[in-house]
Design a protein around this ligand. Structure first.
Ligand SMILES: Cc1cc2nc3c(=O)[nH]c(=O)nc-3n(C[C@H](O)[C@H](O)[C@H](O)COP(=O)(O)OP(=O)(O)OC[C@H]3O[C@@H](n4cnc5c(N)ncnc54)[C@H](O)[C@@H]3O)c2cc1C
Ligand code: FES
Length: 268
């Protein structure tokens, strides 16, 4: 278990333009569930003041000396990620984690469908890899959409895992042209009740994409978990800054802290 940790950077690989994979080593054994995240202090100055949250992309445990190396994969979008992108091997980094819950896999499913928008791919990679290891008999399929072809950092890692992969881009530069939700919906529309009972879906991406996925899985009664993003402050469930309004159905809503009660939510 890690909570407030100092890690050491072991690699900074560029997977695509502005898309970096940082390997972080900690001198502990740690059990990490796919969907959990780390809350990283990008540098010890007053700006950027807040830590930055990143899902865990991959984990490898080095049993010999009891250490763990985990990867985060991020897109450079502002000051914090700009600073992180400049980290070099042997630089130190402070973080809290692993935080939040993770995906929980249903024993009865025979097929898992991953649906990602852009960097929403990150938690789904660890989920796919852990599933491949633990339950190799399950059929795994990935629907991944992005704006353009340069946003598919780490695609080769999914190809290596042997998933069935369907890609789409908004500009048509890779895969089919259009929104990934359209293609996922068409694919799922071919499933009857006997199949949907044996299927589950995991999704992560922008809110409009997730709203569409929620509509689709509810209509088809497909078990589904989505991973949400929200702006965070404490990262530990204390401040309420990350709260999102959840629609509980029948006109009822409740607020939930993404950092401690999420970021993964069961939909169906
Ligand atoms: C649970 C969780 C997991 C995430 N996983 C990943 C990931 O695996 N890969 C990845 O590339 N990105 C991920 N993000 C988004 C990532 O945290 C932001 O891109 C990052 O914080 C931007 O920091 P910045 O200083 O570079 O950008 P800023 O200049 O601060 O802002 C750029 C954009 O990032 C958003 N942002 C800024 N601070 C936060 C914050 N504390 N929390 C959430 N959003 C923020 C802003 O609204 C703005 O849209 C995740 C976010 C959450 C909440
Ligand atoms: S960030 Fe403070 S409660 Fe979630």
């Amino acid at each position: 278990m890690m909570i407030n940790c100092k890690g050491s950077i072991v690699r900074n690989d560029i997977y695509a333009p502005l898309c970096h994979c940082l390997g972080i080593k900690v001198p502990y054994q740690s059990k990490i569930v796919a969907g959990q995240f780390v809350y990283v202090l990008v540098q010890k100055t007053t700006y950027p003041l807040l830590r930055r949250p990143f899902s865990i992309y991959d984990v490898e445990s080095e049993n010999k000396n009891g250490s763990t190396i985990f990867d985060i994969l991020f897109r450079v979008v502002g000051k914090g990620t700009e600073i992180l992108a400049q980290k070099k091997p042997s630089d130190n980094v402070d973080f809290l984690g692993p935080l939040g819950n993770g995906f929980s896999v249903s024993k009865s499913s025979e097929m898992v469908i991953f649906i990602a928008g852009g960097m929403g791919i990150v938690p789904l990679h660890l989920a796919a890899r852990q599933l491949k290891m633990k339950e190799p008999q399950k059929k795994l399929m990935l629907f991944w959409g992005a704006k353009t072809r340069s946003e598919f950092g780490g695609l080769g890692n999914f190809e290596k895992l042997g998933l069935d992969i369907f890609l789409s881009t908004e500009d048509g530069s890779l895969g089919k042209k259009g929104q990934i939700t359209t293609f996922a919906e068409t694919y799922l529309s071919g499933f009857d009740n006997t199949i949907t009972k044996r299927v589950e879906a995991y999704a992560c991406g922008p809110v409009p994409m997730l709203n569409k996925i929620i509509e689709i899985v509810k209509a088809k009664k497909i078990r589904c978990q989505v991973s949400l993003e929200s702006k965070m402050a404490c990262g530990l469930g204390a401040c309420g800054g990350c709260a999102v309004k959840l629609d509980m159905g029948d006109g009822h809503f409740r607020y939930s802290r993404v950092c401690s009660e999420g970021p993964v939510y069961k939909i169906v």
